[in-house]
Ligand binder design. Structure first.
Ligand SMILES: Nc1ncnc2c1ncn2[C@@H]1O[C@H](COP(=O)(O)OP(=O)(O)OP(=O)(O)O)[C@@H](O)[C@H]1O
Length: 818
């Protein structure tokens, strides 16, 4: 009998805890809790396998690679066209499959991103540009004004209307296409799991509130056993509660990193494709200033804020619903009416005092970007700046960028003082006071017993106590309600904090959207269109990036220009692009080597830019070979991060080099041709990895550029003063070798000594875009030879003078010794 009563007592006790009105739901909750708890290990394993680095697949992969192999190459191509990124990791090699975003995906997404936000950096830039045109801008003025724009008004004008509005939700919707591309994306799974844990946390909070009340009730009624049992259950509850909390944080981070990976890959695929959008964004567009800041920092902050926001919003919303429901059963309709009025009124007050956090966040991000790019410029040009002793002026530029950032951040801090005060007062004090009043009313005025009391009375009776059971029951009810109210206040304040985060998210969303939108537009060659100035004479051509009419034929076996003006683009400027060469008409057939000369700044490199597709063909027609048959060598050779071998084979990857069938011996032969054969032994072999741009001299770098040409053997080579730092004798040998390999040379140079390696001369005169061609036949070549002979004879004539001077010096020295 005693045992039975004990059992009954215990079961009634548990029943009270697990809300007698909702046993089915509670049961389900507990089951879910247990299932999640037991699946913990499997879940983590699954996440690791799928997302973290996909290491396991690499280890058991069909190709066994060691770290040395992974250092040789970045990617491993696969038969289906995708590639595995090789990541050396703790002495092993991980293979991370990289599936490039398809052009179909980009086409599908284009419609969602084609509308650039009306008030972004673009508007700031345009505002500056408009001022410019009024000043009849000369090039210097343009540069000055560009600097002013970057320095001054841009930040203030940035993202004027950024905030939680319709535009924000439109942009967020567009970005979600990338974040969650499919219904079965892994982020959906993480999201659902995250949501389950959030629900579980709220459920556990309710159990804690209820248990709290029961413990105090047992305490008040001097029920020692009940109290101890409650304490035991309290610790038991702490296990799932702490686990739930850490899982929420874990899944939130997973969601953030998952989003970031998706966005970064998408942006990289759009930024670094064959259309060279990374070049266009700087040279053919004035809408963004520092894309690196957008890609590295803004995307990361956007993803972190978004992932955090979900748990920060959903948890308090869920809490508000569930706790209000629970309270409504204790406090009755009048209590709920009081609570709702309180929420609405205080919410309205807070809305009034909330500053425009979105706009502030966007400006802060822009200023951070400016500060960062100032540092990047210093690193890129460290040697030049050091030679000029330009540290102090650079310090000024950096400090100015930093001070502008700090001033802005400080102003945010100040704005926040008043807001935080109001927020704290409302959420901590006003809400608590309202809570006290609502709970106390039934007790003080005794008009109505709290409902929970009657509910409890309906339960199987708790152990009879010596103390007045009404007091115990009232205390229990009070403690439970008080805890629920405190949790409600907490949920409310978290919701308010989330609103702040939502506003900040609007700022980051605007930046990320602007980046993706600009890249999409550039990818479709949609540049900023400008209207033709009214005062422009009818016969003056107007080259607007929004109106490109030229035709480009890729795949031809010649390089041909047909009435093609070479125009320096001027993104967003009202006067349009500047015509450097007028209607160029010329055909370069294989074997017809051509030399382009002309004064500085006339547009020689511009011709190469147009052929390479970096600058648009505004009018006329261009024919050029496909990308594999033409190679461009710039004046400043770029040296990549990688081994010595990778410097020669650039832009080939190691597998492409292996597939080409060329060996290290072939590479050494090439280095011999450019007089760099000493490099592999001097630098410690082909695998040596160094910061090559600092290791090699100016002339060595240029010879490395020529080595690349001899390695790839394209049909055409466009050489833009790429041997200006190489001695003339070695330069001649390299040109002869290139011709011997069948490469047709289109050389840009001022050196007459190069005439003899070419058949045709294109001279750009710089007078109203005029140009002329000439055959470098015997006559021209002889003329250039004669020039050289003349030079040498002049020098020979000076020899006698130098000899006399040496004699004089020696005489003076012997005289001074005496
Ligand atoms: N990205 C650009 N946007 C607008 N104008 C440019 C750009 N790059 C160069 N220019 C301008 O185009 C003109 C031609 O430049 P280009 O580099 O073709 O000269 P160049 O004839 O090769 O001179 P040099 O002999 O000094 O190398 C110059 O006036 C230059 O200022």
């Amino acid at each position: 009998m005693a045992v039975q009563s004990k059992l009954r007592q215990q079961s009634s006790w548990l029943t009270q805890l697990l809300d007698p009105h909702n046993r089915a739901k509670q049961g389900l909750g507990l089951v879910a809790l247990l299932v999640l708890f037991s699946l913990r290990k499997q879940l983590q394993q699954w996440l690791q396998q799928r997302n973290v680095v996909k290491l396991a697949r690499a280890r058991s992969g069909s190709v066994n690679l060691d770290v040395a192999d992974a250092l040789k190459q970045v990617y491993l191509p696969k038969p289906d066209g995708s590639r595995d990124l090789l990541v050396p990791n703790r002495g092993r090699v991980s293979r991370v499959p990289i599936k490039p975003t398809t052009s179909r995906t980009f086409d599908n997404d284009y419609a969602a991103f084609r509308k650039l936000p009306p008030t972004s950096d673009a508007s700031a830039a345009n505002a500056g540009k408009k001022q410019l045109s009024q000043q009849d801008a000369s090039r210097t003025q343009i540069e000055d004004a560009k600097a002013m724009r970057a320095e001054g008004g841009a930040a203030a004008a940035t993202a004027k209307k950024v905030g939680v509005n319709k535009e924000f939700f439109r942009q967020l919707k567009a970005i979600f296409r990338i974040l969650i591309p499919r219904r079965n994306s892994k982020e959906v799974f993480i999201f659902l799991l995250h949501t389950s844990f959030l629900v579980l946390r709220t459920y556990l909070s309710m159990l804690v509130a209820r248990l709290d009340g029961i413990i105090v009730r047992d305490l008040v009624s001097a029920n020692g056993r009940g109290f101890l049992r409650g304490l035991g259950l309290w610790f038991l509850l702490s296990i799932p509660s702490t686990y739930t909390n850490s899982m929420i944080r874990f899944l939130q981070s997973k969601l953030a990193i998952g989003f970031r990976t998706r966005l970064t890959r998408y942006v990289h695929d759009l930024y670094l494709n064959d259309k060279a959008n990374f070049y266009r964004i700087i040279n053919l567009d004035g809408r963004l200033d520092a894309a690196d800041q957008y890609i590295t920092t803004d995307i990361a902050r956007f993803c972190e804020t978004l992932a955090a926001l979900y748990s920060n919003v959903s948890k308090p919303v869920l809490d508000l619903i569930i706790f209000n429901y629970a309270l409504s059963r204790s406090l009755g309709p009048l209590g709920i009416l009081g609570l709702t009025t309180n929420y609405l009124f205080t919410g309205w007050i807070l809305r009034q005092v909330t500053p425009a956090f979105g706009k502030l966040a966007a400006i802060e991000a822009k200023l951070e970007g400016d500060f960062r790019s100032a540092h990047s410029r210093l690193i890129t040009n460290a040697e030049e700046i050091a030679f000029y002793n330009g540290a102090s002026i650079e310090a000024g530029i950096l400090n100015r960028a930093y001070i502008r950032l700090v001033r802005h951040v400080n102003s945010i801090f100040k704005i926040r003082i008043a807001f935080n005060m109001t927020e704290d007062f409302v959420l901590k004090y006003a809400w608590s006071a309202a809570g006290y009043v609502i709970i106390a009313a039934p007790f003080l005025f005794g008009q109505k017993k709290p409902q929970s009391e009657s509910t409890d009375a309906a339960l199987p009776a708790a152990k009879p106590t010596q103390i007045d059971s009404t007091v115990a029951s009232k205390t229990e009810s009070y403690i439970s309600n008080r805890r629920l109210l405190l949790s409600l206040a907490d949920a409310g304040s978290r919701l308010m904090y989330s609103y702040k985060e939502l506003a900040e998210l609007a700022g980051f969303t605007s930046r990320v959207y602007t980046l993706i939108s600009t890249l999409h537009l550039l990818n479709k060659e949609q540049y900023q269109a400008m209207p033709r100035p009214i005062d422009l004479a009818a016969d003056t051509p107007f080259y607007d990036l929004g109106n490109i009419q030229g035709e480009v034929v890729v795949g031809s076996d010649t390089v041909a220009f047909d009435k093609l003006p070479i125009v320096a683009p001027a993104p967003g400027l009202e006067r349009g692009g500047e015509e450097l060469v007028k209607d160029l008409t010329l055909r370069v057939k294989p074997g017809e080597h051509i030399l382009i000369t002309g004064p500085n700044g006339v547009g020689k490199t511009a011709v190469a830019r147009v052929v390479a597709g970096l600058w648009p063909v505004f009018q006329g027609r261009l024919e050029r070979p496909s990308i594999n048959d033409i190679m461009f060598l710039p004046q400043r050779p770029y040296l990549s991060v990688g081994s010595l071998r990778e410097q020669v084979i650039y832009p080939y990857t190691y597998p492409e080099h292996v597939a080409s069938g060329k060996t290290d011996e072939d590479l050494l032969d090439i280095l011999k041709d450019v007089h760099l054969a000493y490099l592999p032994s001097r630098e410690g072999g082909w695998e040596t990895r160094k910061e090559w741009k600092d290791v090699l001299s100016g002339g060595e770098k240029q010879r490395m550029g020529m080595a690349r040409l001899l390695y790839h053997r394209p049909k055409f080579g466009i050489l833009d003063e790429c041997t200006s730092a190489v001695s003339t004798d070695v330069e001649g040998l390299m040109y002869a070798k290139a011709k011997e390999l069948g490469i047709t040379l289109i050389t840009i140079s001022h050196r007459p000594s190069l005439f003899k390696y070419h058949e045709v001369l294109l001279r750009l005169t710089g007078e109203n875009g005029a140009w002329e061609t000439d055959f470098i036949g015997a006559e021209t070549e002889q003329l250039s030879m004669e020039h050289e002979i003349e030079d040498l004879e002049k020098k020979m004539a000076e020899v006698e003078g130098w000899k006399t001077r040496i004699g004089e010096i020696q005489e003076e020295l012997s005289f001074s010794k005496k």
